[in-house]
Design a protein around this ligand. Structure first.
Ligand code: ADP
Length: 493
């Protein structure tokens, strides 16, 4: 570039008013002239700035690169250069500048000065830096998720909004061969060797976990068996969550498959064990009770022996009740509970149950209130319904403190029999209410207070009520009391 004197006014005007920092820099680095924009950008006034060399206002780490380009330009290798570099502000902070420098030579080629234009790109640089950091964070997160996706001990599957399999981890890929030995078409709902918890009923398309998730359902711990051979079958517990964009649009679903075979087999073994032990205990116990009865009818025994025999008999009866409960559990497991239905008066059944528990209630200082009609005829398995009322009543008394009360109400309306047993007892924690009907479940409060129990009573209640096509519900508050409500369809004989 050569200088033209005709344009010097224009050049000066541009220099003064340009929003871009501009300077004339001597080949040795002295600033011959600087415009207000550059002075403002670096925090000096114009005179202060022109007394400095560009080396002074350049960040030391960027100096070498700048000097290198200056040298190459002076040597004639290049005419101009562009460099993003750091400047030092008068107050010490770093200013990022986008520098364009062009060398002006005299007619004989001697270097006169550089015309430098410097655009302040600090904001842009900070934005870029933020973006770079955000991208690095995202990438780290992606890598961490990827590692988790592949290393967790659960099968993971992502399906699209149309039910197509979009992604699965290796673990899930491996277990897919069990239900689908001939391959899978990559769409939710394909039928395979997948069975319900009884191990024999194949799941329908609508019951397949992938199909349920594809239809928009969310669920937890959905258990089933997979695999053709009953001996090598695997049990899975599956959970599903829907994926949505920030605007709420459905993106698909995520499913997690956990292998729970060991747990299921352990439960089977435990149930078989409970069933066979209770069966084996029953026979000798029946014999013990029979002989106790014979002994009880003798009147030649010393009074002390009679008292001792009564203790033995009471405990043998308790043992028998326990064995009966355990046997019941075994039967309920083998499918629906066999019922011996017959006409029964639930009102008198309830009154008898109340009478049976009255002595225990009195000893415990718990009052009993009864609201039962004269008669309530329906068709039920009387013995089992008695078990329902007995279990609810004995729990209510057992879990109620001295001076509390238990209320039993029976009624019929619109073809439905309603039995309510409520108490002012210790109550059940909110997060345990859903579990009290589970087999062997015992509440925290009951355990903490060392109130004896097996956790079988409510499991028995719910299985008997279900076998009668009824329903049992619970409402409870810790420290306030509990209300159990049984409803059964009224059946006329
Ligand atoms: P068990 O009474 O032998 O422990 P159940 O199956 O009858 O077994 O009851 C299960 C659990 O439910 C009990 O351990 C107790 O924590 C809770 N529960 C049942 N009935 C009541 C009640 N009326 N009040 C408070 N807690 C109860």
């Amino acid at each position: 570039m050569t200088e033209s004197s005709g344009s010097s006014d224009l050049w000066n005007l541009t220099l003064q008013h340009s929003p871009i920092g501009m300077a004339l820099v001597a080949p040795d680095g002295r600033l011959l002239m600087a415009n207000p924009a550059l002075a403002g950008m670096l925090g000096y006034d114009v005179d202060e700035l022109t007394s400095r060399g560009f080396q002074e206002i350049t960040h030391p780490e960027d100096l070498a690169a700048d000097l290198g380009l200056v040298a190459r330009t002076l040597e004639g290798e290049i005419d101009s250069f562009r460099l993003r570099k750091r400047y030092l502000h008068a107050q010490g902070q770093v200013i990022w500048g986008d520098l364009s420098a062009a060398l002006v030579r005299s007619r004989d080629g001697t270097p006169l000065h550089f015309i430098s234009q410097i655009l302040d790109v600090t904001d842009q640089h900070q934005q870029e830096e933020r973006l770079r950091r955000a991208n690095a964070d995202l990438e780290r997160e992606r890598q961490a998720l990827e590692a988790i996706f592949e290393t967790v001990g659960v099968g993971l599957l992502l399906i699209g909004p149309d039910g197509r399999y979009e992604r699965m981890n290796r673990r899930h890929e491996e277990t897919m061969r069990l239900p689908f030995p001939d391959g899978h078409d990559g769409h939710a709902g394909q039928l395979g060797h997948v069975y319900g918890l009884d191990g024999t009923t194949p799941l329908t398309k609508e019951e397949m976990p992938s199909q349920r998730a594809a239809m928009g359902e969310e669920f937890d711990d959905y258990a089933y068996w997979a695999g053709e051979d009953p001996l090598t079958r695997t049990a899975f517990s599956t959970s599903a969550r829907q994926l949505r964009s920030a605007s709420g649009q459905r993106l698909g679903a995520a499913l997690a498959y956990q292998d729970i075979t060991d747990l299921m087999r352990a439960i089977q073994v435990k149930d078989q064990f409970v069933a066979s032990v209770s069966h084996e205990l029953r026979t000798p116990l029946t014999s013990v009770l029979g002989y106790l009865e014979i002994l009880g009818s003798r009147n030649d025994l010393p009074a002390q022996v009679v008292r001792q025999l009564r203790v033995v008999q009471r405990n043998a009866l308790r043992l028998e009740a326990l064995v009966t409960d355990l046997l019941h559990v075994g039967q309920a497991d083998e499918g629906s509970l066999p019922l011996r239905r017959g006409p029964a008066d639930l009102a008198s059944l309830t009154r008898h149950a109340v009478e049976a528990v009255a002595a225990v209630a009195e000893e415990a200082g718990v009052s009993l209130e009864v609201d039962v009609p004269d008669r309530l005829d329906t068709v039920v398995d009387e013995q089992r319904m008695r078990q329902v009322v007995d279990n609810l009543l004995s729990n209510a008394v057992k879990y109620t403190l001295r001076d509390g009360s238990v209320t039993v109400a029976l009624s019929e309306d619109d073809g439905t029999v309603r039995l309510t047993v409520s108490d002012t007892g210790i109550g059940i924690a909110r997060d345990e209410v859903d579990q009290v009907f589970d087999r062997f479940f015992r509440g925290h409060e009951a355990r903490d207070r060392h109130i004896p129990g097996t956790g079988l009573g409510l499991d028995i209640v719910s299985s008997i009520v279900a076998a009668h096509d009824g329903e049992v519900t619970l409402e409870s508050r810790l420290g306030t009391g509990s209300t159990f409500r049984v409803s059964l369809p009224l059946t006329k004989g």
